[in-house]
Design a protein around this ligand. Structure first.
Ligand code: GTP
Ligand code: ZN
Length: 486
């Protein structure tokens, strides 16, 4: 027990300090201290910049209490996230210049030992999850105790810590042993296809933080996690010089966004919805056509992930959006209702602003984007439907297109992306792409910044860019605006 009176040598009763040296690593040189606890188990602490001469008001150091995992830490296993967490923790402590990583032995397999963990793996190979595997072998789901860690911290002269862990139970355990945990910071590493299920089980059954909560919040704040999945996918969308105009569409593999009757529930899956909500959270405005807004009665807010709602822009030349629609009644985010000069529309609620377009007919994508930029809405997501997204892509104003395809053959219905068309395949758009799997679906991310506009196939890349900048710089005259700003 770490809180028991100290021995004469000043050490808490559960650990003995037995060696003190240095360990140069790729993250920097750590002080390495070896301990043995009452049960004979040996542990090490890798620390930096902490000690008795700390000023009392110093920021509490970052501390990682790392459970030994031979397979993850030493062998690079991707069944768990331990190895990458260990390296990331060392990196964070070294970057901070103050902190410690306690490497706790006897914690192997959440305290059941190596052989039992491998038996649990064998059970998981048959479909049992990590919690039930332990239980079936006659072990608790988690058999670890943290008294040795509290004792080591006491020996290092550390009473207050910022804990690096995604496991709230660790915080509770350490606090119960007298450690003042002033903050807990999730230790986020990329999920891998091989450990996705394990990480989900930790979250769903063991109360761990969602695997990507820390990384997503960091991204929203403009930061990045090196090697993080979300940082790789969305990192450039938080940079001011990143792509400004995004478009997205989810369609069946044979190219439809809905059936003949307009049934669009659901073409792509839950994971694609989350992806869409991430995109919404990373832009200033989302643009949608009135027909889609009416058919889907969409809210266009960010609900599947944390994040700020974008301004919702609905393009409605004829003013046909029903006044009872979610965009016009749900005030959680401002709505810009862009209508034609002769449409019968007035703002039905304080969050809605009616913006009268200067002429009849289709609204020119470049001019619309210029108008939005003039209102400080710099990063825009064109969200649907198929015709609107196609029109923006065809106009050559989209920097990045996310096309999600679902393994579904609708056969006939509302078409998805349709741009231009060429006689020769050699003239077809073949921009650089990245791809990733989301559940059953595949997202293809097209980088359109260097591609010719499909509606102007004769233009070369640079000429098309000249055309684009002329269009985008065009001053748009938007005469009368009624309604209030929301
Ligand atoms: N019994 C068992 N142990 C496992 C399994 N996968 C990983 N472990 C062990 O789990 C320990 C790490 O615990 P985790 O639950 O992954 O994470 P945590 O330490 O509680 O939380 P963090 O501080 O966020 O890392 C290591 O000792 C691993 O050897 C498994 O399937 N079964
Ligand atoms: Zn592990």
């Amino acid at each position: 027990m770490a809180c028991e009176p100290a021995h004469e040598d000043g050490l808490p009763s559960t650990v003995q300090r037995l060696a003190d040296t240095f360990l140069p690593t790729r993250h920097g040189t750590f002080r390495m201290t070896a301990y043995r606890d009452d049960s004979g188990e040996e542990h090490v602490a890798l620390s930096m910049g902490i000690g008795d001469d700390d000023p009392a008001d110093a920021r509490p150091p970052l501390v990682r209490v790392h459970s030994e995992c031979l397979t993850g830490d030493a062998l690079g296993s991707r069944r768990c996230d331990c190895g990458e967490q260990l390296q990331h923790a060392l990196h964070l402590v070294a970057r901070d210049g103050r902190g410690a990583v306690l490497y706790v032995r006897g914690h192997e397999g959440r305290g059941i030992g190596l052989v039992e963990k491998l038996r649990a793996y064998a059970l998981q190979d048959t479909g049992v999850d990590t919690v039930d595997a332990n239980l079936r072998l006659g072990h608790p789901a988690d058999a670890r105790t943290y008294d040795q860690s509290a004792a080591i911290l006491a020996d290092l002269g550390v009473r207050r810590i910022r804990l690096l862990s995604s496991n709230p139970a660790k915080e509770v355990a350490l606090a119960g042993l007298g450690v003042d945990v002033v903050a807990r910071r999730p230790l986020v590493v990329p999920a891998r296809p091989e450990n996705e299920h394990y990480l989900r089980t930790k979250r769903d059954r063991m109360g761990h933080d969602p695997a990507d909560v820390g990384e997503w919040e960091l991204l929203l704040a403009g930061g990045q996690v090196s090697g993080g999945v979300l940082s790789e996918r969305y990192g450039d969308l938080v940079r001011p010089d990143g792509p400004a105009v995004l478009a997205q569409l989810g369609q069946s593999l044979d190219g439809f966004i809905a059936s003949r009757t307009g049934d669009a529930v659901f073409v792509t899956g839950e994971a694609d919805r989350e992806h869409l909500h991430r995109l919404r959270a990373l832009v200033d405005a989302v643009v949608v056509g009135a027909a889609t807004a009416a058919a889907d009665d969409c809210r266009l807010t960010v609900r599947a992930v944390a994040g700020r709602h974008p301004v919702r822009v609905v393009l409605d030349p004829r003013g046909t959006l029903p006044v009872g629609s979610a965009l016009l009644t749900d005030g959680t985010a401002p709505t810009l209702w862009v209508v034609g000069p002769h449409a019968d529309a007035s703002a039905p609620a304080p969050h809605v602003e009616v913006l009268r377009w200067h002429r009849d007919g289709p609204m020119e994508p470049a001019a619309l984007l210029a108008m939005l930029r003039g209102r400080g809405l710099d990063r825009v997501l064109v969200e649907g439907g198929g015709r609107l997204v196609s029109a923006f892509v065809a106009a050559g104003v989209v920097d990045r297109l996310y096309l999600t395809t679902a393994p579904l053959l609708i056969g006939d219905g509302v078409p998805g992306l349709r741009v231009g068309g060429t006689d020769r395949l050699a003239d077809a758009l073949r921009p650089p792409v990245r791809r990733w799997v989301l559940g059953e679906d595949v997202v293809t991310e097209f980088d359109l910044t260097g591609s010719p506009a499909p509606s102007a196939p004769a233009l070369s890349g640079p000429a098309r860019h000249a055309l684009r900048s002329v269009r985008q710089d065009e001053q748009v005259d938007v005469p009368d605006t009624d309604g209030q700003t929301g």
